[in-house]
Design a protein around this ligand. Structure first.
Ligand code: F6R
Length: 577
């Protein structure tokens, strides 16, 4: 959550910082700000709301310095107000800082500041870092920063500007990603390497490392000593791309799914997942693991379970030698999932990350990893991230005819895109858009997809949607079903036909309006509205059946005039536990 940027070079600093923040806006978008030096003094420009609000204030500014830092916020400590917006200045105005992460011991640090007569003006944990820097500064920025970094508990990536060194940025990080990019006559930092287009090389700071950025390049330090970390060339292919004529990133990314799946299957088919499997993730990534359980357990005879990362962290610490904890994460930065990976290691599990961002934290903390080939995902609501995880698991588990069926998935996904724009799917969007609530149900692999369908609808339309195992409906939730309540039934496994037909009948008997997403003619006939999807192996169907659900939710959100790519209260990567 939150994105930080820094630049020192030759270009107009306000334009550079705002352009960088626009690329990071997916990480948080409730307020944004920048800081730079003007005639020896630190200046901040801040705005509540989207980066476009900040841009209105910075357009036309021509500061005399070409060095600065910026931040786009997803509120954790305190509301999105100007006072809470970064960059934060120290009490004497000597330091400006931007921070990504959470300072766990902020209460003690606030007391320490107050005991020295410093009254923070914001509710944030981050502001304290600025005050501490000025408190411990005795002329050497690096020494002061190292001292402050040593006092912080939690996760942090920090960029610092000091009025006495107006062309330099100092940065340090621990448990929060921070990339340093070097290019011709400039050096920059960002909490996502993809935002550093133009850089020739990238270095990701490891926990406890710091960097001093000058236009001529960066110096790196660990425990006060100079180090030479390995740099990687910046891959232009991974730079954040545009919408290519689509109205929204979510729509573009939905349509990219067959290709993303094909690339992922081709890249990962040679890799094998060993032992008993425990799929761990959050949100859609958890749903992807859940929907692949039948493949692991029934088709591949593996003991397997799916767990929410947050729940795994709270569960009894039992050693599970021989189990492979498969950490699923599009971003590879989700705090709960990263913490679960560390916890899984403590429980003697093998850890294997499936991520979409090759340079992400999870790849560094897990014993092994595989990278899906979805390409950058910008829309906050995941689409290709989900299906790439599903096909990645399939590619690494399926053998024989199932492996052949996996290879065919991208073609079937193409057809599922057509199902997603059928008249019936459009009708489903219209109905859902005017409904006060909705249900999504399914069994086995379809259960994970039902949860994902409900999540897609609620996160981008704000319509309360409940995802349930179809068998669970009768155990209480059916009391919510009345005349016209939309119930989306996902059905892809012919062995479950009779059960599905029974559930459909019991919903319709209570006035519910049943929308089927299925390839089954009998189920179609039994429902009020049917979105006919192409047939696929029931163990692999989540990569197919989810696609119409994404498009139905997308269209409902557009009908309601929602901000599809940046829904309220959300951010793309949740880097707080
Ligand atoms: C929903 C969504 C979230 C993420 C979750 C985990 O559309 O995107 O539920 O799936 O925050 O994120 P990653 O996969 O990056 O760990």
């Amino acid at each position: 959550m939150c994105g930080i940027i820094g630049y020192t070079g030759k270009k107009n600093i306000t334009d550079e910082l705002v352009a960088g923040l626009e690329k990071l806006e997916y990480r948080g978008y409730d307020s944004a700000g920048i800081a730079y030096c003007e005639r020896g003094k630190l200046v901040t420009v801040k705005a509540v709301g989207r980066i476009s609000e900040l841009k209105k204030l910075t357009d036309g500014l021509r500061p005399d310095s070409s060095c600065g830092i910026g931040h786009t916020r997803w509120a954790t400590h305190g509301k999105p107000t100007l006072a809470n917006c970064h960059p934060h200045l120290s009490y004497g105005g000597k330091f400006a800082i931007v921070h990504n992460g959470i300072i766990e011991n902020c209460r003690q640090l606030r007391l320490l500041c107050e005991s020295r007569g410093i009254s923070p003006i914001s509710d944030t944990d981050s502001e304290l870092i600025a005050h501490l820097l000025e408190m411990y500064f005795e002329g050497d920025l690096r020494k002061a920063a190292d001292k402050v970094a040593g006092m912080l508990e939690g996760s942090f990536a920090v960029g610092i500007l000091c009025s006495c060194r107006p062309n330099e940025i100092y940065a340090f990080a621990s448990r929060s990603p921070l990339a340093i990019g070097e290019g011709r006559n400039f050096c920059a930092l960002a909490s996502d390497g993809n935002a550093l287009s133009g850089a020739e090389t990238l270095v990701f700071l490891k926990d406890g490392e710091s960097a001093l950025l000058r236009p001529s390049g960066a110096e790196y330090y660990r425990k006060g000593k100079r180090i030479n970390p390995q740099s990687a060339p910046f891959s232009a292919a991974s730079a954040l791309s545009g919408k290519d004529g689509y109205a929204h990133y979510m729509l573009k990314e939905t349509y990219e799914q067959p290709e993303a799946a094909a690339r992922t299957i081709a890249a990962l088919s040679g890799i094998k997942l060993r032992g008993a499997l425990s799929f761990i993730g959050c949100g859609s990534s958890y749903h992807a693991g859940l929907s692949m359980l039948p493949l692991a357990c029934h088709a591949c005879s593996r003991p397997a379970q799916a767990q929410l990362a947050g729940e795994f962290l709270c569960s009894e610490r039992v050693k599970s030698r021989g189990t492979t904890a498969v950490l699923l994460s599009q971003s590879g930065e989700t705090a709960d999932t990263v913490a679960a990976a560390l916890e899984a290691e403590r429980r003697a599990c093998r850890t294997f990350a499936i991520v979409n961002v090759a340079s992400s934290t999870l790849t560094r903390v897990c014993g092994a990893h595989a990278v899906t080939r979805a390409g950058p995902e910008i829309a906050v609501a995941t689409t290709k991230g989900f299906t790439s995880q599903v096909v990645a698991v399939a590619a690494m588990l399926a053998r024989g005819t199932l492996a052949e069926s996996t290879e065919r998935l991208p073609f079937i996904m193409e057809k599922a895109l057509e199902a997603g724009v059928s008249d019936e799917a459009e009708e489903a969007s219209r109905l859902l858009a005017i409904s006060p609530n909705a249900f999504f149900i399914g069994r086995k692999a379809d259960y994970g997809v039902a949860l994902e369908g409900a999540l897609k609808l609620k996160e981008i339309t704000y319509i309360p949607a409940l995802g349930l195992s179809a068998g669970e409906l009768k155990h209480g939730s059916i009391s919510l079903i009345g005349e016209g309540t939309p119930v989306v039934v996902v059905h892809t496994d012919p062995r479950l036909r009779e059960k599905t037909l029974l559930t459909v009948a019991s919903v319709r008997a209570r006035g519910g309006f049943v929308i089927a997403v299925t390839d089954d003619r009998d189920v179609c006939a039994a429902c009020d509205l049917a979105v006919r999807i192409p047939s696929s192996d029931p163990f692999l169907s989540p990569a197919v059946s989810v696609i119409p659900l994404q498009l139905i939710a997308y269209r409902a959100a557009v009908l309601l005039g929602r901000d599809v790519d940046k829904p309220r209260n959300l951010a793309k990567s949740v880097t707080v536990e």
